[in-house]
Design a binder for this molecule. Structure first.
Ligand code: SAH
Length: 471
């Protein structure tokens, strides 16, 4: 380690920045955000610095830099285009014993500015000692995906409970374990999802147990019902990825591809609960009860759902059992198949010239009956997206036409949308069943009906290998 990382308190202390350009603005902004009293000396201010000076009350003057300008400074920066001036700043700062940083001159830096990830007060600073600033920025970006934005909120939450916990749990080891459970368990997840009052209840309950002489509860299990998007792992949310990496057991079905499953924590137990299961080890109990049982064992259970859990995902049914048993859970939205397939197939679901509305329906009716309200669906300027409709396609098309839908209405089927082997078949709806049969389309497939499909030619960036023609 070449440089010692420290976090310095510069609140209210003078900091000198020499130079008025973008580099000077970046330094001035950072130190001023940390509460320093910044003075900029430069013949003029660039746009960034001028705006910053107005917003943050940064002092500015023109003229020469002298020894008096360094007096009492916490830090000094030389960010001028004039190298001789920067060198003067360096000499003056060294003489005054003020730590100095000259931009782009590592040999004239007594300290460097790290790449900073600021999560509302919880700060990660990354440095390569000046060797590879780009690498540190990339590392920072990786942290950004891992550290929830609400980490600062969690830190403040913890801070507010610190004294009470200390009084309630005097044993240091026990206290550390308690806090580990808080920061990695349901309480943290409640804070991250903005449910601080529920988190406070959970804290109260645990401290009451301890005060009442009961053994501290073991780690409480919980369930995360997470939308994994339509297939491309890049479409996962940060929260989905974070929970996938914390889960101890994962329940998944056939919509979850290997690409996504591979991103679940490696040692997590994987349980396939898909309908097409030939695996006899899958318990017969329904998924809701399985979730309750696993969480009851103290496990962190991830229920991965394709797309969004609340869009034809039966997410609502699975959490009923959890709610009834008082098991903590959270639901994480995902990109639904309609959004994913439409974007990857180049079909905007709404468009000012084509559709002002878009409806999502399921083509998977009960007892072979579709039960669709065609009058409400077939409307000018409305795109229809049908989930789970492929097996009923001929019937769907027949009913569509019988209820006044035009047989030449443009329509498309997106098979395995967002996957590398996505296929798109499009044509007039009347011909869709034969086109689909010819292409041998299978699940999962999504049907899109509406004149927006004609925009595909203009927007498509993904070319299907086997493409039916739009007539
Ligand atoms: N909750 C999911 C939908 C589950 S219902 C979501 O929000 O996307 C299952 C249906 O979704 C499938 O029959 C199919 O119609 C559609 N679907 C899901 N993933 C798909 C994909 N990658 N490509 C095409 N259709 C998909």
């Amino acid at each position: 380690m070449d440089l010692l990382p420290v976090f310095q308190d510069v609140k209210g202390r003078p900091v000198l920045v020499v130079g008025g350009g973008t580099a000077a603005a970046r330094k001035a902004e950072l130190v001023s955000r940390a509460g320093a009293a910044v003075t900029v000396i430069a013949p003029g201010l660039g746009e960034d610095l001028a705006r910053l000076a107005a917003e943050r009350g940064i002092a500015h003057r023109t003229g020469d830099v002298g020894a008096a300008d360094l007096e009492g400074c916490a830090l000094a920066f030389g960010a001028s285009d004039d190298m001789a001036l920067n060198e003067l700043v360096y000499d003056l700062a060294v003489a005054a014993g003020v730590p100095v940083n000259i931009v782009d001159r590592p040999e004239l830096c007594q300290f460097i500015m790290p790449a900073i990830l600021d999560r509302d007060g919880v700060v990660v600073a990354v440095s390569s000692g000046g060797d590879a600033p780009l690498l540190t920025r990339m590392m920072k970006a990786r942290f950004e995906t891992l550290v929830p934005t609400a980490y600062g909120r969690l830190a403040r939450f913890g801070g507010a409970w610190r004294d009470r916990v200390k009084a309630a749990i005097t044993d240091g080891d026990l206290r550390r374990r308690f806090w580990e459970n808080v920061f990695e368990g349901p309480v943290a997840e409640l804070v991250f999802s903005g449910r601080e009052s529920e988190a406070a209840h959970a804290m109260e309950a645990q401290l009451d147990d301890i005060a009442g002489g009961k053994a501290a509860r073991g780690p409480v299990g919980e369930v995360w019902l997470v939308g994994a998007g339509p297939g491309d792992p890049d479409l996962l949310t940060f929260r989905a990825l974070r929970l996938m990496q914390q889960a101890e057991v994962v329940l998944y079905d056939r919509l979850i591809g290997d690409g996504i499953l591979n991103m679940v924590r490696r040692d997590a137990e994987r349980i396939y609960v898909g309908k097409a299961a030939k695996n006899h080890t899958v318990p017969q109990e329904d998924i809701g009860h399985m979730l309750v049982r696993l969480a009851g064992e103290g496990k962190r259970v991830l229920r991965l759902k394709g797309g969004d859990p609340f869009i034809f995902g039966r997410g609502g049914e699975e959490i009923e059992a959890l709610a009834a048993e008082g098991i903590p859970f959270q639901v994480v939205p995902g990109i639904t198949a309609a959004s994913g397939c439409a974007c990857y197939a180049g079909i905007p679901l709404t468009h000012r010239d084509h559709a002002q509305a878009c409806v999502f329906v399921t083509g998977h009716g009960k007892d072979e009956k579709l039960g669709l309200d065609w009058e409400a669906l077939i409307r000018p300027g409305q795109t229809i997206v049908i989930y789970m409709g492929l097996s009923m396609l001929p019937k769907l098309v027949k009913e569509y036409c019988a209820h006044g839908g035009a047989a030449d209405m443009p329509a498309a089927i997106v098979e395995k949308g967002t996957h590398p082997d996505q296929r798109v078949v499009s044509g007039p709806i009347g011909e869709l069943p034969s086109l689909a049969a010819k292409a041998g389309l299978g699940p999962p497939s999504l049907i899109i009906i509406g004149t927006v499909v004609t925009l595909r030619g203009d927007l498509a960036w993904y070319e299907a290998e086997e493409e039916a023609e739009i007539v």
